[in-house]
Design a protein around this ligand. Structure first.
Ligand code: TMP
Ligand code: ZN
Length: 405
């Protein structure tokens, strides 16, 4: 196939096998018609972009009963508050207009709304956009495109900042996004987005960052190449702890704003890590295979010992782990999750029951698989009683403590 960004020929370096929709929690009546696709990542040696070779139709993932609500985590609410204030302090002057692509339930934009800042969210899932509305956030229910950019331009003029968080990596046609941004952004305007970071995925072997919605996992090298094709350049980079290691990318039109020294430093670190070389991903493949073997061995031996094992948090990422490792309900009794929309349903593909959080704390298991490993600090603090009563955590990603908030 061809690279989604630069059209160079590319090939998958590995396959995670048959995958369902990561957020496709379902009822037993839906088991028979469950949708699967092959999860297979490829690395483009020309533009250095890591991407999925196949992806379900966006309508299968982002619809009016989309189960992902950003507000579920208090930590994320705080994170987005900081993100918003950082944008206001660094990039906005008087009477600004800001846009967010994939504004979800308004978790970022509400901070601008509260300050009376003119804003517009673009969000394809109607149910989450309705929640944003309840929090005073203006949203358009649509996918962003050059046509939509022209429409917003006519109605509201050019933007000072176009932002996104955990959205850009979902969008297959980034060239169309860059065109839309070019239409809508002021001459001195900035494009700021953050997404799970390839450097962290490689270092942690956190292959669960790969699932249907994440068609790309970016590095700074790839982002510079992708948007460089459309006249933009990286002017700053800020590593983030969120989602198990993310990067905030700040881009401006070439030559319009000074470039921070961090850009040079991080690009250099990426070359040292091999994020510009296909060989790096062959090593990553071998590490994924070892990780799978180790997790399965752990779960099988605990089963033999008669231990009770449950999953903690039915994250999107857990769908990749469960299906790649073929973890069946005999190995994990249920997954406890705080999101009401998921409770009473079954996990995509492996059909492990999803139970309310109370099922975990009312009768602690011997072991809990930490699927929300990216919220580890928050969860460990909350679940001290579980650990104190002898409960143990099972994790499957490498520890790395290098990113800063
Ligand atoms: P995500 O990783 O795909 O964002 O999913 C987060 C899921 O984890 C969401 O369904 C809520 C759940 N969750 C818990 O059940 N308990 C927790 O303490 C945290 C942080 C998340
Ligand atoms: Zn490419």
């Amino acid at each position: 196939m061809k690279c989604r960004v630069c059209s160079a020929p590319i090939e998958a370096f590995m396959s995670f096998g048959k995958m369902p929709i990561a957020n496709g929690f379902l009822t037993p009546e839906q088991f028979e018609n469950e949708y699967f696709f092959e999860l297979a990542p490829a690395f483009c040696s020309s533009c250095c972009t890591l991407q999925l070779t196949k992806q379900p139709d966006p309508e299968k993932m982002f619809h009016d009963h989309y189960a992902f609500f950003s507000r579920t985590s208090k930590h994320m609410v705080k994170h987005f508050q900081n993100y918003a204030h950082w944008v206001m302090d660094n990039y906005l002057d008087h009477n600004p207009f800001v846009i967010e692509l994939g504004s979800n339930d308004g978790i970022l934009l509400e901070n601008f709304s509260k300050h009376g800042i003119s804003h517009m969210g673009v969000e394809p899932s109607a149910n989450v956009a309705n929640i944003a509305q309840q929090h005073g956030v203006n949203s358009i229910v649509a996918f962003f495109s050059p046509e939509l950019a022209k429409q917003i331009l006519q109605q509201q003029g050019k933007a000072d900042a176009i932002m996104a968080a955990n959205v850009m990596c979902h969008i297959p046609d980034l060239n169309a996004i860059a065109e839309g941004v070019d239409i809508l952004l002021k001459e001195q305007g900035v494009l700021i987005f953050e997404d799970p970071y390839l450097g962290d995925m490689v270092r942690r072997v956190s292959y669960d960052q790969l699932y249907d919605e994440h068609v790309y996992i970016f590095s700074a090298i790839s982002v510079n190449n992708i948007f460089g094709r459309h006249g933009f350049e990286l002017i700053d980079l800020l590593p983030q702890k969120t989602h198990g290691g993310s990067m905030r990318y700040v881009l401006a039109r070439k030559g319009k704003r000074p470039i921070s020294a961090r850009v040079h430093d991080i690009l250099q670190t990426e070359v040292e890590l091999g994020l510009d070389k296909s060989g790096t991903f062959l090593k990553f493949k071998a590490q994924c295979e070892s990780s799978k073997k180790e997790l399965l061995e752990t779960l099988r031996s605990l089963k033999t010992e008669g231990k009770r094992v449950v999953g903690y948090a039915a994250t999107s990422k857990s769908t990749t782990v469960l299906n790649y490792c073929q973890i069946t309900p005999d190995l994990i009794e249920f997954i406890a999750d705080t999101t009401p929309e998921k409770q009473g349903k079954y996990s995509p593909g492996m059909h492990i029951p999803i139970k309310p959080y109370g099922s975990f704390c009312d009768a602690y298991p011997d072991y809990a698989v930490l699927f929300a490993w990216n919220h580890k600090d928050e969860i460990f603090a909350k679940e001290q009683t579980f650990s104190e009563s002898g409960g143990q955590w099972i994790t499957f990603v490498q520890e790395v403590f290098e990113t800063v908030e």
